[in-house]
Design a protein around this ligand. Sequence first.
Ligand code: ASP
Length: 355
Amino acid sequence: MPTTTLTKTQTPHIMVIYTGGTIGMIEDARTGALAPFTFDHLIANVPKIGRLGFKLSHYEFDPPIDSSNMNPQLWKTIAEVIEANYNDVDGFVILHGTDTMAYTASALSFMLEGLAKPVILTGSQLPIGEIREDGTENVITALQIAAERISSGEHSGQPMIQEVAISFGRHLWRGCRATKESSTDFGAFRSFNYPPLADMDLHICYRTDYLRRVDPHTSLTLQTSMSQTVGIISVYPGLTQATLKRQLETPGMQGFILRTFGAGNAPCEPWFVDPITQAVKDGKVLVNITQCPAGGVEQKRYATGDALAHAGVITGLDMTCEAALTKLMSLFGRGLTSTQVAQLMTKSLVGELSE
Ligand code: ASP
């Protein structure tokens, strides 16, 4: 039975999984181009880590990758590393490029079933090897969060964070609620539909009411099979029936995220609604996700959304596109039928939506 309690006097043992990204890059003095560090180089550039007094172990991608090259096979690798070390460490910090960090955080949320320990993703906008940078702060904070324990009450000694989260700049976000909102701001991430799990200023202030709580005796099980027969269709003024049908009729596809306007609206004319209705009749699962970063889908609010509901499109409520896509991948990856997938898409599995 895995135990997740730790007394204050024990040295936290954190595993760092280094995948790559800007955080681990250094400027080549000769060419000026950014090239990835090895893990040892990275740690050597953050001597303050030693002052935390934690026991660290690590796993690194060889070579480290730009997160634009992230894929479901690499998510599986990360999940398997977590499973293999789960009972030996107190928490995990994943160093990851910012570009696809929200996809990885969402994917891991669905892959790591029964997770009761912290899995904290972080990265940076400027490389640790630069003079002015945000990476040092982000890594140190992520390590501290991964080591944090509940200090009193019936859950005393258990991990403060029992889920996948993104720690970046001044906030900790639920992983399956976060999205990258800026390519330049040191606060690169935001969760528009769920409050921060913690705010970082002089202190790390946890918002305990919003944290996921898991039975500490729950065992971790992996669901790493991710279907790649799902995709995203964006609706835009000027979309043609031919383009829509080409996507919907791509052989082998089981489901799509339909990125709609506003409260979940799309053209209500036959050129659009008919192929959508046919796709649902053919057994495909279509999930309505708004293009707006904040708010969610209310299909009954306007006739244009109602037409989608009549066609059999499932509401994605207030999920991020990243969460909806990886959830669809995960559910089809488990071999569920379209009916089962459609039912589960509107249920919160790991706190990814407000029911
Ligand atoms: N392209 C980089 C990556 O996602 C950007 C970053 O790390 O911020 O790997």
